[in-house]
Design a protein. Structure first.
Length: 144
């Protein structure tokens, strides 16, 4: 992929995307599980298809409520999300801190499977809380 294409996609992620660490439960495990997730939602179906064509992932349709337009969400999780963020990182502005945290978070997950030590669980919980605070409405992180 050309640098100009990566810069364009990074702009889409900066403006319309969400880089988060999701917390969920697994009935087979006694504690929470965490997963890096990258999402972009938009009413332009072509744009969302372009993201999937460029980076893989999945698309889901979001049905309109009231007078809203139909929209689509493209998403990647785990190692695929981290790989995509590594490609886009140098071009990200607004979401660079979240991308850096997501890449760091995912690097801890390699080869560990579902069995984590108490310290590893604490690190994941801390990174989830940090990502959650970074994505809260009204919180802005300025990048020079």
């Amino acid at each position: 992929m050309k640098a100009v294409d990566l810069a364009y996609m990074a702009g889409i992620v900066d403006g319309e995307g969400c880089i988060a660490i999701d917390r969920f439960t697994n009935k087979n495990l006694p504690s929470y599980c965490y997963r890096l997730k990258l999402r972009v939602t938009n009413t332009n179906h072509w744009l969302i298809e372009q993201l999937r064509f460029s980076f893989g992932g999945n698309i889901k349709t979001i049905k309109p409520k009231g007078k809203e337009k139909e929209s689509w969400e493209w998403y990647l999780a785990g190692e695929r999300a981290s790989f995509c963020l590594k490609l886009l990182l140098q071009y990200l502005c607004i979401k660079r801190p979240q991308a850096e945290l997501g890449i760091k978070f995912q690097s801890h997950k390699k080869g560990k499977g579902h069995y984590l030590t108490d310290k590893q669980r604490l690190v994941e919980e801390t990174e989830w809380l940090l990502a959650k605070s970074m994505n809260r409405r009204g919180s802005e992180i300025c990048v020079p």
